[in-house]
Design a protein around this ligand. Sequence first.
Ligand SMILES: [Mg+2]
Length: 121
Amino acid sequence: MAKTTHQDSFDHIRQLMGDFSRDRDWEQFHDPKSLLLALVGEVGELAELFQWLPADQAKDLVAKPELHQRVGEEMGDIILYLVRLADVLEIDLGKATTDKFDSVVERFPTESVKGHAPTKD
Ligand SMILES: [Mg+2]
C-alpha cells in the first residue's frame, strides 16, 4: 500500500479556527486543558445521540435526516476542537494523522488480520 500523504484540510481548518479565536480575543481561553475538556464534551454529545439506539439498528437510524444532521454537527464540533487543540500544542495534525495511519497499516498487514478483529498484544 502506498504511503499516505499530508492533506491540507486540517491546516485550512486550523487557520480558520485561529482567525476565529483571535478575532474574538478568545485565545486567552484556549489553554490545552480547556480545549481538551471541550473536545471531550463534544464527544459526549455525539455519544449521547447513540446512547439508547439498538446497536444493530444504529446505522439505519442515523441515516434518517434529523439524526444524520445532528451526528454530523457533533462530528464537526469534535474536529474543530481537536484541530484547535493541536494548533495550540503546535502539533501538525495532518502529519500526525497520516503517520499514525501508516503505522496502523504496518501493524496490521492484510494477509495476517483479514476478517479478524484487531487485538491488543
Ligand atoms: Mg456540540
